[in-house]
Design a protein around this ligand. Sequence first.
Ligand code: COS
Length: 385
Amino acid sequence: MPLDQETLEHLVQTVRRFVQERLIPLESHVEETDAVPDELITEMKALGLFALSIPEAYGGLGLSMYEEVLVAQELGQTSPAFRSVFATNVGIGSQGILIDGTEEQKQHYLPSLASGELIGSFALTEPDYGSDAANLRTSAVKEGDVYLLSGTKRYITNAPRAGVFTVMARTGTVEEGARGVSAFIVEADTPGITLGKKDKKMGQRGTYTCDVIFDNVPVPAKNLIGGREGQGFKTAMKVLDRGRLHMAAVAVGMAKRLIMESLSYALSRKQFGTEIANFQLIQAMLADSQTETYAGECMVEKTARQLDAAKNITLEASCCKLHCTEMLARVADRAVQIHGGAGYMAEYAVERFYRDVRLLRLYEGTSQIQQLVIAKQLIRDFERT
Ligand code: COS
């Protein structure tokens, strides 16, 4: 059931206040300590941030995609580290179970993902198979009532915090490609799982990724998502369709924050005897950033409504991810430019955002992968008509 307008506005306002009053003041602290304070995580749980996308029947808030992208735009307006704490529970760490899991799997895992008691993580990427996900090599060999999983997953977001992984592994042959991949729910304390050391990244301090190594990890057959082998690649792609749209909404939110930072600076910084906001070359940068952000906001909200109407949004989600993350890079670059030398200094938020936004063009599918998905869908649709 979609929320009524008043409840939706209240939710968006509540998240906005939390971002403004609790999260933004702690951005520098998170950057310095590389950690989100525990008391904030408790507040996030109480606010229901882990539960946004999980249906009410499993203890979640059950937001529609349209409602979720409005909230994501608010959450985008602060350091991505805060969102990262619960982002995998809202997105890639829960959606495989939600979209393709059996009723029993949903009932078993979704309530604790919604409460934040359990952190979910999504393990698709491997050292040699990133964009070429259909060729992944982690193996799952059936022995009695377990599958034995072996292989290495790389750059796995929230792995150091995770209680449960959605793992894509090969039950079929290499020749079968995507059709040989299955998805499993793997509890993090299963024997045979080890974690690599936390990755050192360009930005996004306070977010954690690392390798996850599986060495003959016994996974009960009942944890095969949907109970059917060979469906795992499709599950992963469906999860990513949704994830890419959510990520685009986050990018719009980050762009809005960067425009606010740019405006605030341009209206206070004086050169040649006046605020730099009075210069048309500065105004042009502000106007370009606003126009591109508005375009992103419109496409994200339209696509979210299409998803809510049960339409296929594979092409549109990739368009949103491609446009919004690429435009965010331009907006971040202009924000630094408007700040001049100050924009290169760590005491200004734009310096940190400039590094943080770089990842958005890479994860959940690079811009080049989005281009391939869009073109492939266009050609297929044209050939069908
Ligand atoms: N929803 C449902 N099914 C999908 C799908 C989607 N969005 N996309 C593909 N599929 C299905 C196809 O229909 C096909 O099914 P059939 O075998 O029944 O025809 C199967 O999956 C294989 O699809 P395809 O042939 O398009 O696979 P490709 O190997 O060509 O690869 C790309 C597709 C490159 C787009 C995919 O591997 C990809 O997205 N890679 C990037 C992975 C990524 O984003 N990683 C980021 C890290 S995870 S956070």
